[in-house]
Design a protein around this ligand. Structure first.
Ligand SMILES: N[C@@H](CCC(=O)N[C@@H](CSCO)C(=O)NCC(=O)O)C(=O)O
Ligand SMILES: [Zn+2]
Ligand SMILES: [Zn+2]
Length: 192
């Protein structure tokens, strides 16, 4: 592979997206007693994430992460191997204590993403999940040690891979969050 190791599924080109994909089973990296999580619906907002909190496979600069409704996400095997990485975080990332893979991350507190769980689709046993649509928190890779002078290169490589780089979330998701916040503020004003 020439260039920066963005993420194995991005660097190798994507497998065909199957429009009928309706979930599957996420499996951690343990060879014995892997944690299994059943996702019983399609995923949404799949994206590459450069933040320091999302799980990345070995050597990758970005994670690939998507959401599914929490009601459709269920740990079906070896739940005892899971532990919450940071209980204070918005996303309650449940990682396998043995291999480190983040298996699901529900958003439970009041927030526009409440009711959604963050998952890593590359851990699906099944193929056909939608490819990432953009790259989020790109500047954050510097926090993990990426050389600032190589940022121009990483942004152009992301674009070449079809991932528009943003330093927070995509405009569509930022608008979604701001709309939720504006509505919330209106409600609070109405109560006063
Ligand atoms: N610069 C920080 C950014 C961390 C961050 O805010 N991450 C985002 C994106 S995660 C998937 O899109 C976020 O929403 N985090 C909420 C949480 O982690 O609970 C860094 O790099 O650490
Ligand atoms: Zn594991
Ligand atoms: Zn992230």
């Amino acid at each position: 592979m020439v260039g920066i190791g963005i993420h194995p599924t991005v660097d190798s080109g994507y497998r065909a997206t199957d429009a009928t994909f309706s979930g599957g089973t996420l499996v951690c990296q343990c060879t014995v007693n892997p944690v299994k999580v059943r996702v019983s619906s399609d995923i949404a907002h799949n994206h590459a994430c450069g933040c320091t909190k999302c799980w990345k496979p070995k050597g990758a600069v970005f994670s690939v992460v998507a959401v599914a409704p929490t009601e459709n996400v269920e740990v079906i095997e070896n739940a005892d191997k899971l532990a919450v990485v940071d209980a204070a975080a918005l996303i309650q990332r449940h990682a396998c204590k043995a291999c480190g893979v983040h298996m699901h991350g529900p958003v439970e507190r009041e927030h526009p993403f409440q009711g959604l769980s963050f998952i890593h689709p590359e851990r699906f046993e099944e193929k056909g999940w939608a490819q990432p649509g953009f790259a989020a928190f790109v500047s954050s890779i510097i926090e993990a040690g990426f050389a600032p002078e190589r940022m121009k290169l990483v942004r152009s490589q992301l674009k070449d891979s079809g991932l528009e780089p943003y330093d927070c979330l995509s405009p569509a998701l930022m608008d979604y969050i701001a709309t939720w916040t504006a509505k919330k503020n209106d409600e609070l004003r109405g109560e006063r």
